[in-house]
Unconditional design. Structure first.
Length: 99
């Protein structure tokens, strides 16, 4: 995850979105909530891979369910705007409050 952050922001290494996504995914798929949030951001913005709202919402939800505040906020945004999940104001408010 740390190396993914360096690649994403170009901190000490050349900035490389594609490689950042690869390392985010490695950590995210091992259940690391901050990496799930980072991967979700890339998926939602299409940075380093094709945009995929459904996968973005799924990774935000995985992070949110582990109590990650940024994941909770990201998932709330998905719910509020209907990005990758059915739009649901009530559920969005619940996740905003958790964050």
């Amino acid at each position: 995850y740390g190396y993914a952050q360096c690649l994403y922001f170009g901190d000490g290494v050349p900035q490389d979105d594609n490689e950042a996504v690869r390392y985010y995914r490695l950590a995210a798929d091992q259940g690391y909530a901050p990496a799930q949030h980072g991967l979700a951001q890339c998926l939602l913005s299409g940075k380093g891979l094709p945009r995929d709202d459904n996968e973005a919402a799924r990774y935000y939800r995985l992070a949110a369910d582990q109590g990650d505040a940024r994941g909770q906020y990201g998932y709330a945004q998905c719910l509020y705007f209907g990005d990758g999940v059915p739009q649901d104001d009530n559920e969005a408010v619940r996740y905003y409050r958790l964050a």
